[in-house]
Design a protein around this ligand. Structure first.
Ligand code: PGA
Length: 251
């Protein structure tokens, strides 16, 4: 049985005061849950605060992107080793907002995935199609292309130490969730593609769903056989919502 993992993606939200309130409420509540894993991925400046607030708890933390470079003259960039310095377990790579707003290519995402693992971090690789791509019938083609770019760079065995998040772009922040059947179909496609290269890796690979997950729809999504938890944006900023989503992942 794969364990489930729920990760909050705070995106560019928060302040020291807001985070303190959120973390103060999450820590004791999530410690009681046990079972499924949980984590929050926060903006860089707050990593120290989150590290202090969550150290010694079962809740992990991480960042939302990293540089593909290890160190050097890359003004404004943050390396995997720096994230590791602040106790990060995870880092999101290839989020659709990075791909579309910051022009990250499949090849660059693959390099970031590799840089994350070299630094000892677990990459959460986001894949997913736009509305036009879904309506054009190319969902599987797009997801396969995004996945294959990374497999080519690092090899299939690297996915034994990674998480994949299927996030249909049309469902992110829109309130429009993929139906459990729609999401399950793509999750199964991803797992089969990985299985065609390595069955063991596919069997244990955590594939999260992301895109307008909330307390009200988490149960039916997480009940699907290939949905192993979620990557949660907006609802991760609301204590009660996030806690109920984490509870749903307990099964
Ligand atoms: P959302 O975001 O839950 O607000 O749709 C998910 C994500 O982008 O990770």
């Amino acid at each position: 049985m794969r364990r489930k993992l729920v990760v909050g993606n705070w995106k560019m939200h928060g302040s020291l005061a807001e985070n303190a309130a959120l973390l103060g409420a999450l820590r004791p509540a999530l410690a009681d849950l046990g079972g499924a894993g949980s984590a929050v991925c926060v903006p860089f400046p707050y990593l120290a605060q989150v590290q202090q607030a969550l150290s010694g708890s079962p809740v992990a933390w991480g960042a939302q992107t990293l540089s593909e470079y290890a160190k050097g003259a890359y003004t404004g960039e943050v390396s995997g080793a720096m994230l590791k310095d602040f106790g990060c377990t995870y880092v999101i790579v290839g989020h659709s907002e990075r791909r579309s707003l910051f022009a990250e290519s499949d090849a660059q995402v693959a390099l970031k995935f590799e840089a994350a693992q070299k630094a000892g971090l677990i990459p959460i690789l986001c894949v997913g199609e736009s509305l036009a791509e879904r309506e054009g019938g190319t969902t599987e083609h797009v997801v396969a292309r995004q996945l294959d770019a990374v497999i080519q760079q690092v090899g299939i065995k690297a996915f034994a130490h990674a998480v994949v998040a299927y996030e249909p772009v049309w469902a992110i922040g829109t309130g429009k969730t993929a139906t459990p059947a729609q999401a399950q179909a793509v999750h199964a496609f991803i797992r089969e593609r990985v299985a065609s290269l390595d069955e063991g890796v596919a069997e244990s690979l955590i594939i999260q769903y992301g895109g307008s997950v909330k307390a009200a729809n988490a149960n039916e999504l997480f009940a699907q056989p290939d949905i192993d938890g979620g990557l949660i944006g907006g609802a991760s900023l609301v204590v009660e919502e996030f806690l109920r989503i984490c509870e749903a992942a307990q099964g």
